[in-house]
Design a protein around this ligand. Structure first.
Ligand code: NDP
Length: 400
């Protein structure tokens, strides 16, 4: 019998929903590159329901228990007294979502001798010390593509929200005002602006595609160049380094994974390369940016705005400066966990679990680490090493 530990975010403060705003989800057959959506043998949940919080259990309990395994679901993940710590010693599978990450540091992996699979219900496995997973032969897998389009939609929303000054204008209306001048003194059109993405993977390329109809000039930098046909179709300008791209952009959006090569790539020095008044959108990972350098750039006006949904650590301590810095459009980490996305990644998590328990290969596109090395999509997009340093700070968060 195996123990499967599933770390999920808390239920809504007013309880697990009994009704929903909508009755169905649109049907999506496949992703644009032809990759199929998750293909588990079955699912035991209603698509469109809240699966990512504790009571939703990613719809997995019936399946896991039907195999005779123990299934533990908890939101308690940080600090020495957390549930996660208690179950480390005999967990074979640890499932976690990036929105509420179960940080699997080298120390924790060392104290989890039976751990075989660290499964990310979502995309981005930087909450796992990949080097330690490599060293201890732990497989790391994620549900590639499951929420890439969800995030891209969020990026577009945030670009428009910041540039057009949406949130402060909404606040004026909600508070009974009609202060048009206050609203528009920081409001611009995106038309004609230059927008650049660091990484043109599944999310980055989708962002470029979605922004093209706004008649923005589109730029990107990536370790691998896109096919010429795509560059032509979208009239893209490729930059060999991100540093060369920053200075020409009015809007920069970060869409690369967090790994040692990208950690703190936005810092005081690189921010000097940005145009004064640029907007920075980061829905990739908080630690791509030096926390205090972002605050300074907003205070001096180097950046006109910063928006995103990713922080470090998560949950962000209650006094994290990004909660209150000027001209920010931050939300908690939500872009990849819409109800639509949850349906896809819950199914993908089930598919990976089925492979694990039946001894079938996990799809290459889901693999980050396997057999003591980076594998699959991980070998393409990540570098070896660890980006979990400082994650113990997540323990400081207190429910507001
Ligand atoms: P993909 O794997 O499709 O794309 C990642 C891209 O990043 C690849 O094109 C890769 O390049 C590129 N890349 C890696 N390192 C560098 C680097 N040093 N410089 C420039 N480009 C680099 O993943 P997705 O687009 O689906 O997701 C990207 C990231 O977004 C995830 O890793 C995750 O951190 C974050 N994310 C956030 C979510 C949220 O809810 N906020 C949800 C989903 C993802 P190449 O492969 O060419 O080497």
């Amino acid at each position: 019998m195996a123990k499967v530990v599933c770390v999920l975010y808390d239920d809504p403060v007013d309880g697990y929903p009994t009704t929903y705003a909508r009755d169905d989800l649109p049907k999506i057959d496949k992703y644009p590159d032809g990759q199929t959506l998750p293909t588990p043998k079955a699912i035991d949940f209603q698509p469109g329901t809240l699966l990512g919080s504790v009571s939703g259990e990613l719809g997995l309990r019936k399946y896991v228990e039907s195999l005779g395994h123990e299934f533990v679901v908890t939101s308690s993940k940080d600090g020495p007294n957390s549930d996660l710590e208690k179950h480390l010693a005999d967990a074979e599978v640890i499932i976690s979502q990036p929105f509420w990450p179960a940080y699997l540091t080298a120390d924790r992996i060392k104290r989890a001798p039976k751990l075989k699979l660290a499964l990310t219900a979502g995309i981005g496995s930087d909450h796992v010390d990949l080097q330690a997973a490599i060293d201890h032969d732990v497989t790391v897998a994620e549900v590639t593509y499951c929420n890439s389009h969800s995030v891209a939609e969020h990026v577009v929303m945030m670009v428009l929200g910041l540039v057009r000054n949406y949130i402060p204008s909404h606040d004026w209306a909600r508070n009974g005002g009609w202060n048009i001048a206050d609203c528009v003194a920081r409001s611009y059109d995106v038309e004609g602006m230059h927008v650049g993405t660091v990484a043109a993977g599944r999310i980055g390329l989708r962002v470029l595609r979605l922004l093209a109809p706004f008649d923005m000039h589109l730029h990107y930098t990536d370790r691998h160049r896109l096919p010429e046909a795509v560059e032509k179709e979208l009239n893209l300008t490729w930059h060999p380094t991100r540093e060369e791209m920053y200075g020409v952009c009015d809007v920069v959006t970060l869409n690369c994974p967090l790994h040692p090569e990208t950690e703190h790539m936005i810092n005081d020095e690189t921010l000097k390369l940005f145009k004064r008044g640029a907007y920075l959108i980061n829905t990739a990972r908080g630690k791509l940016c030096d926390r205090d350098a972002i605050v300074r750039a907003l205070e001096t006006g180097r950046l006109a705005g910063y928006a995103g949904d990713v922080w470090f650590p998560q949950p962000a301590p209650n006094d994290h400066p990004w909660r209150t810095m000027p001209n920010n459009g931050m939300t908690p980490h939500i872009s990849g966990t819409s109800l639509s996305a949850q349906t896809r990644y819950a199914a993908g998590t089930r598919e990976i679990l089925e492979c694990h328990f039946e001894g079938r290969p996990i799809r290459d596109e889901y693999l980050i680490v396997q057999g003591g090395n980076l594998a699959g999509v991980g070998a393409h997009s990540y570098s070896k090493g660890d980006a979990t340093g400082g994650s113990e700070e997540a323990e400081k968060y207190e429910i507001a």
